[in-house]
Design a protein around this ligand. Structure first.
Ligand SMILES: Nc1ncnc2c1ncn2[C@@H]1O[C@H](COP(=O)(O)OP(=O)(O)OP(=O)(O)O)[C@@H](O)[C@H]1O
Ligand SMILES: [Mg+2]
Length: 259
């Protein structure tokens, strides 16, 4: 059990980079596989896509014998609880997180915030400044990289370097990597990345169709779910486990969340 609850966001102003998908995958891995106490604040109002995903996951369990049995084993017999997914807004996110923490009998290790990408949406900058760690997904596309570095510069200049917020680390990671394409672009931008004190994570996530599929009736195998850990076979080659483990190292979470 870690003493202080860490606030973490996957964030970038570029749409469709995987913020929401990686939030769910990481939260589920940390909670169901590593045993950490996590909560997710879905601040992407009004879509609240993680809140809806949780609702769909719950519905699937009630209507499917296989998932029902799995849920029984995990939640009843395994004594595991599903992590909280709470709808919020960028303006009220910190208040809502504090309320969640205050209402919980045991402290959380990590609260994940899924924020909208638009910085001009009220409250986003303020909330970002209150994060302990921000992870920035980027794809190996020149335009995406340029706009992402602008975003990181903005965060750095307005929050990190003025010492206003509590951000301890900005970490960039490659998402949707096809084959081995990432290095030339990275090298070309390495200087700019270094100047921003931006760390590039060792782990990158491959472009793979499994990221796009939520838990569903058609398949018994699970990759992305807010209620179950990913199947080992699907985890293999997804790098989600490596990414989550690297995040644990960065956050300096004590190695085993299980008490
Ligand atoms: N590594 C990946 N490989 C393939 N598809 C991916 C990968 N990561 C994310 N995706 C898919 O890309 C799409 C966009 O991802 P997601 O919704 O998580 O992005 P986002 O940054 O939250 O977008 P928004 O700005 O709309 O909130 C989703 O369909 C998601 O499943
Ligand atoms: Mg999203």
């Amino acid at each position: 059990m870690n003493e202080k609850t860490l606030f973490v966001a996957f964030s970038t102003q570029k749409g469709g980079m995987g913020k929401t998908a990686v939030t769910v995958l990481t939260a589920s891995y940390l909670h169901y596989v590593k045993g950490y106490r996590v909560a997710v604040l879905d601040c992407d109002f009004p879509q609240h896509s993680i809140v809806s995903e949780r609702r769909r996951d719950e519905k699937l369990i009630t209507g499917n014998a296989h998932f029902k049995r799995m849920a029984f084993e995990l939640f009843r017999e395994g004594g595991v609880k599903a992590y909280r997914v709470k709808g919020s807004t960028p303006e009220t996110a910190i208040e809502d997180a504090e309320a969640l923490i205050a209402a919980s009998d045991k402290p959380f290790d990590v609260v994940f915030f899924d924020l909208p990408g638009t910085l001009n949406s009220r409250g986003v900058v303020q909330t970002l400044a209150t994060m302990d760690y921000i992870f920035i997904p980027v794809s190996a596309d020149r335009l995406v990289l340029e706009s992402t570095l602008q975003y990181a510069t903005m965060l750095h200049e307005n929050i990190v370097s003025v010492g206003k917020g509590r951000i301890r680390g900005l970490h960039l990671f490659w998402n949707m990597v096809d084959g081995r394409e990432k290095s030339p672009l990275y090298e070309a931008y390495e200087g700019a990345i270094e100047e921003l004190n931006l760390q590039v994570m060792k782990t990158s996530l491959p472009n793979s169709i499994r990221f796009r599929k939520e838990m569903s009736e058609e398949r018994n195998s699970i990759f992305r779910s807010t209620l179950f850990p990913a199947d080992r076979a699907l985890l293999k080659g997804s790098n989600v486990d490596e990414l989550a483990n690297e995040i644990c190292e960065i956050l300096k979470l004590t190695p085993d969340g299980k008490e």
